[in-house]
Design a protein around this ligand. Structure first.
Ligand code: ATP
Length: 324
C-alpha cells in the first residue's frame, strides 16, 4: 500500500472536484513530468481511490471527494483535540497507543485505514475517502464493568445524529452494527484499557460507509450498504462534527443513566426485533425470536418454549435465520 506524500496529496486536491484534468495540466501545476503524474495516480489508486483515465481528456475521480478539513473540524469541536491522519493502519490502534496524552472526547480521523479491524481480528475495509473513519477517546470513571454494552449507546447516538442530518431509516444490529435495508452500513468497535478498580480508558471506533469505490466493494464478505443510497452527502465534514457532538452528548448521558436510558431508543431501532434469528457462540447455535435488549444491554432471545434467554458478552454473534 502506498503512502500519501505531500505531492500525492496536492495531486488529489486537484482531482477532488471529480472533473477531468489532463496529465499535462497536472504535471505543470505540480512541476513534475507526465510520466511522474501517471506513477502517482497509480499510487493513489492503490489506496482504494477510483481514478480512471480517458485518452485525450486525462484523469478523473469516479465520484468527487470532500477531503477532511482538519482546521474546520478543530475549530468546530474545540476544546476537543482533532487529529487527522490521511493514511493510517488503524485509528483505534493509534488512539490506544496515544491514551497517556489524550483528553476526554479527543478524536482521530483518517481518510483510509490500511489495517482496519472489526471484532475478533476481522478485517474492516476502509478505502480512501469512502467512509467516515473515526476513533474517540473517553475515560470512564466507573471502570471496566460499566463499559459493558457501550457499543449499543454509540449505535443509538450515531443513528440519531444521522437522522438529524436527514439520513433516516437506519437501524441497529446487536451489538455493534448499523444496518440499512438489512445490509451493514457501519461497524462500531469499542476497545479499552485499564485496571480493575481504576478508571477505564475507552477508544470508540467507527467506520461508516459513505460511497465505496467499485474496486473495494467485492472485498467485503457480507451484504453492505452506503449512506449515499439515502441521498447526496453534501457536507462530509459537517457530518463528522454532528457525529462527534452527538457521541459526546450520549456518552455524558450514559455516565449518568447507564444503558437503561437508551434501551427504548435502541429497541425502536433494532433491525431484528420480533424476527427469527440465530445466536452464535463458537460452534453452538440457538434459534429463537429477537426481543430487543434489557437494561444491561443483553440481547433477549425468545425460545420456541416461550422462555426468554439473555446474552451478554464479547464472543456472541447474531444472525438472521436466512443467512449463513
Ligand atoms: P458480528 O455479528 O459478530 O459483529 P460481523 O461479521 O458483523 O459479525 P464485525 O467484526 O462487526 O463482524 O465486522 C467485520 C466484518 O464486517 C468483516 O468480516 C466483513 O464481513 C464486514 N466488513 C468489512 N468491511 C466492511 C465495510 N466497509 N462495510 C460493511 N461491512 C464490512
Amino acid at each position: 500500500m502506498s503512502e500519501l506524500t505531500p505531492l500525492r496529496e496536492a495531486l488529489l486536491k486537484r482531482l477532488a472536484d471529480g472533473q477531468f484534468h489532463s496529465g499535462e495540466q497536472l504535471g505543470d501545476a505540480l512541476q513534475i513530468s507526465r510520466a511522474a503524474v501517471s506513477k502517482h495516480v497509480q499510487a493513489l489508486k492503490s489506496l482504494g481511490l477510483d481514478i480512471y483515465s480517458v485518452s485525450g481528456k486525462g484523469y478523473r475521480l469516479a465520484v468527487p471527494l470532500q477531503l477532511l478539513d482538519a482546521e474546520r473540524l478543530s475549530r468546530a469541536l474545540a476544546p476537543v483535540r482533532v487529529e487527522v491522519i490521511p493514511v493510517i493502519g488503524s485509528t483505534n490502534q493509534h488512539w490506544l497507543e496515544s491514551i497517556p496524552r489524550l483528553s476526554q472526547g479527543d478524536v482521530c480521523l483518517a481518510e483510509c485505514q490500511t489495517s482496519g479491524r472489526g471484532r475478533r481480528g476481522r478485517t474492516w475495509i476502509s478505502p480512501f475517502g469512502g467512509q467516515l473513519i473515526m476513533s474517540l477517546y473517553w475515560r470512564l470513571e466507573q471502570g471496566m464493568a460499566a463499559a459493558m454494552g457501550l457499543s449499543l449507546v454509540v449505535g443509538v447516538a450515531v443513528v440519531e445524529a444521522l437522522e438529524s442530518a436527514g439520513f433516516g431509516g437506519i437501524e441497529l444490529k446487536w451489538p455493534n452494527d448499523l444496518y440499512l435495508n438489512g445490509r451493514k452500513l457501519a461497524g462500531i468497535l469499542v476497545e479499552m484499557s485499564g485496571t480493575a478498580g481504576g478508571p477505564c480508558h475507552l477508544v470508540i471506533g467507527m467506520g461508516l460507509n459513505l460511497v465505496l469505490p467499485a474496486t473495494e466493494q467485492e472485498r467485503i464478505t457480507q451484504p453492505w450498504a452506503e449512506l449515499a443510497e439515502l441521498g447526496e452527502i453534501t457536507d462530509r465534514n459537517g457530518l463528522v462534527i454532528a457525529l462527534v457532538q452527538g457521541l459526546q452528548r450520549a456518552l455524558t448521558r450514559f455516565e449518568q443513566e447507564g444503558i437503561a436510558g437508551f434501551r427504548e431508543c435502541w429497541n425502536r431501532l433494532d433491525h431484528f426485533n420480533g424476527k427469527p434469528v440465530r445466536v452464535l457462540m463458537g460452534e453452538q447455535q440457538v434459534h429463537g425470536t429477537a426481543r430487543g435488549i434489557d437494561d444491561q444491554g443483553a440481547l433477549l432471545l425468545e425460545l420456541e418454549s416461550g422462555e426468554i434467554k439473555r446474552y451478554l458478552g464479547g464472543e456472541i454473534s447474531l444472525r438472521g435465520n436466512d443467512r449463513d
